[in-house]
Every structure is written in structure tokens, then in C-alpha cells.
Design a protein around this ligand. Structure first.
Ligand SMILES: *Cc1c(COP(=O)(O)O)cnc(C)c1O
Length: 359
């Protein structure tokens, strides 16, 4: 007895954790600066932490009320109806629901390269096939409808990421609209806005309201600092709304996740501070890192450093963990997440020393 043939599925490689690295190098985890996974350096909203504590003694019941309350609050926030909010176990879980609701065996999806690995993984889990379109370094990772259409051939889902991970580039709303207009009736455009709060551009949610072929993905993992809780959602067209009840895992988000999410939504001060810290860190990296960078709309910056694996390893030995982008197909780039001012300063200093060849 064996699992099915999973040879075309690839394992997700997450950014490395501090404990893992500290153990390997024999260092104190507290001395490490981890800027590898685009986590919030301020931590979670204090209001969310309080909500987690306050509801710890309620986890023996299914999260019926909290699930419904969070969906209602998100619906109000985005001015959609509650059944257009597909709550999930992280943004990744929402990607699974969209794949479940869309893909028949053998259907193809179109994903950005470089790009977020889970789009293709999720499609394959659901017996779909994956084709790619380039987000090209030679063009500074510019995202335009025309370019994506050059690789489009009737795929069931086209995934867009704006701000784009790992490059930080964006796609204009007018380009998303053009893409939706020019793709076939049976194609869903998924706009992944995991980093949407860090951008000044308007969300593609206005298109979800107006049409039946655009969905938007959002998460509590980034600006809200709740990556460890696993809470995210998709915003889907009205005509899709009912499908959720047919594809979701019952109680897709936990009681604790829902309570923390509700508290975090109300903590606008934490969100604003998080956005400010990310903006300051981006500017600092552009200005002070001795390597070419690309302007980013997310809470991270992509930098060209030569041999990214070697640089990332040397940095790690110095206690700074960044993301080597070799696995993204960018073997000359690292991605540095925005840290606190102190963390970002230290990352820049160490990186500049490594680039200078200091030992
Ligand atoms: C972080 C991220 C997500 C969602 O992550 P979850 O933790 O599952 O919510 C989705 N897309 C991109 C591009 C991301 O970087």
C-alpha cells in the first residue's frame, strides 16, 4: 500500500526558523535576527494576544459564533455579503478552497515565475496541471496583462500576486481588469494580496464586487502578525458564494484564530505602526545596502548579491537569517524582510560586510 504518485508534487520550503538555525550553529536563538519569512517584527497585536488568553477556556466548543462574527466583520470591511468571504486556515487554506471549487482533473492553472510556490502545489493536490508565466528580472519584474496573456492558453485559474513575493512589484488594477476581460469565460483571476496592507494601491476587491471572474486573497499572517495562528480568507464573486459550503472544511478557522482575528481587525493602531515600520525598513535597505535592490510594495526587499546561497550562508553564520531566492529561480538574489529599526540596521551592516568579503 502506497500513497498515489506524488512525484510531480514538490515539498514547500519555508524560510528557516530561528530555533532550527540556532541549534545547528550552536548560537543563542535570542541573538539571531530572522528576516526570512516576512513576519511582523512588532509581533501580534496586543489586543489579539489578550483575546487568545481570554478565550483559552472556551476551546472545548466548536467555533460557531466566532466564525460567523469574523465573517460578518470582514464582509462589512470589504462591503461584500458574508457568503462572499471564504474564511480559511491561512491564505494557503483559502487557495485550496479556490482550487477545490474550480479545478477538474487535468485542468491547467497559470502561475507567476518566480512566485509563491503554493499556487502550483495546491493545484496539483487537486489534480490540476501547472504552467507558468515569467515575471522577468530583465524587465524589473513588471507585471502587465499583455505579458501574461502571451503565456495564457485557456487556463482555469490565473494567479497574480500584488505586491509580488519575492520581488515586491505590483500590478495595476486596470491591468487586472484587462486580463479578466481578455481571458475566457471559464477562467478565474485570483489576485493574491497577502501584502496588500503595505501597498498604497487600491485593492482588487472592487473587481470582485463588479464581476464574476475575479477573486482576492488576504491573510492575517503578515500585517496583523498572526502567522502562527493560520488565518486567511478569499473574497469571491457573488455567483460563487454558495460553493464554500460544498468545499470547505467544517469550521475552517479555529475558535482562537477567529477571536484573535476579530481583535486584530479592531487594533488599527498596530496595523498602522506595522505599515510604518515596514516603510522605514524598506527605505533604509534601498539607501544603505551596498547591492542593487528593487522598489518593493511589500514588507520585504529583494536584493541582488551575486551568489545568494553563499551570501545567505555567511549571513547566517553571523546570526542574520534572510531568504536565499535560489529556490525561486533567482540564484543571485536574497529577500530581506523588513525588521524593526535595530534588526534592519544589523542586517544591512552584516550584509555589507559579507559583500565586502570581510571575514
Ligand atoms: C504569506 C503569503 C500568503 C499566505 O500565507 P498564509 O500564512 O497561509 O496566510 C499567500 N501568498 C503569498 C504571496 C504570501 O507571501
Amino acid at each position: 500500500m502506497h500513497p498515489r504518485d506524488l512525484s510531480s508534487n514538490t515539498a514547500y520550503e519555508a524560510g528557516r526558523g530561528t530555533e532550527e538555525v540556532a541549534r545547528e550553529l550552536g548560537l543563542d536563538p535570542d541573538s539571531l535576527v530572522k528576516l526570512a519569512s516576512n513576519e511582523n517584527p512588532l509581533g501580534p497585536s496586543p489586543a489579539a494576544v489578550e483575546a487568545i488568553r481570554a478565550h483559552a477556556d472556551r476551546v472545548h466548543t466548536y467555533p460557531k459564533a466566532s466564525h460567523a462574527d469574523l465573517i460578518a466583520e470582514l464582509a462589512a470591511l470589504w462591503e461584500l455579503s458574508p457568503n462572499q468571504v471564504w474564511l480559511a486556515n491561512g491564505g494557503d487554506g483559502a487557495l485550496d478552497y479556490l482550487a477545490r471549487a474550480t479545478i477538474d482533473p487535468g485542468d491547467r492553472v497559470l502561475v507567476p515565475e518566480p512566485g509563491f510556490a503554493y499556487y502550483g502545489m495546491s493545484a496539483r493536490f487537486h489534480h490540476g496541471e501547472v504552467t507558468t508565466y515569467p515575471v522577468s528580472k530583465a524587465e524589473d519584474f513588471e507585471q502587465r496583462a499583455e505579458k501574461i496573456l502571451a503565456d495564457y492558453d485557456g487556463e482555469r485559474i490565473v494567479y497574480l500576486t500584488s505586491p509580488h513575493n519575492p520581488t515586491g512589484s505590483e500590478i495595476a488594477l486596470s491591468e487586472v481588469e484587462e486580463l479578466a476581460d481578455r481571458t475566457e469565460e471559464g477562467t478565474l483571476i485570483v489576485v493574491d494580496e497577502a501584502y496588500g496592507e503595505f501597498s498604497d494601491r487600491p485593492s482588487a476587491v472592487s473587481l470582485v464586487e463588479a464581476r464574476d471572474d475575479v477573486a482576492v486573497l488576504r491573510t492575517f499572517s503578515k500585517v496583523y502578525g498572526l502567522a502562527g495562528l493560520r488565518l486567511g480568507y478569499a473574497l469571491v464573486p457573488e455567483s460563487w458564494a454558495e460553493a464554500y459550503t460544498r468545499v470547505n472544511t467544517p469550521f475552517a478557522a479555529s475558535e482562537i484564530a477567529c477571536r484573535a482575528g476579530l481583535a486584530a481587525l479592531d487594533d488599527t493602531e498596530h496595523v498602522e505602526r506595522s505599515i510604518e515600520v515596514a516603510r522605514d525598513a524598506r527605505e533604509r535597505i534601498y539607501e544603505r545596502l551596498d547591492a542593487p535592490t528593487w522598489e518593493s510594495a511589500g514588507n520585504f526587499v529583494l536584493a541582488e548579491v551575486g551568489d545568494a546561497s553563499a551570501v545567505a550562508n555567511r549571513l547566517q553564520e553571523r546570526g542574520v537569517i534572510v531568504r536565499d531566492c535560489t529556490s525561486f529561480g533567482l540564484p543571485e538574489c536574497i529577500r530581506i524582510s523588513c525588521g524593526t529599526e535595530a534588526e534592519t540596521r544589523r542586517a544591512i551592516t552584516e550584509c555589507n560586510e559579507v559583500l565586502r568579503g570581510a571575514t
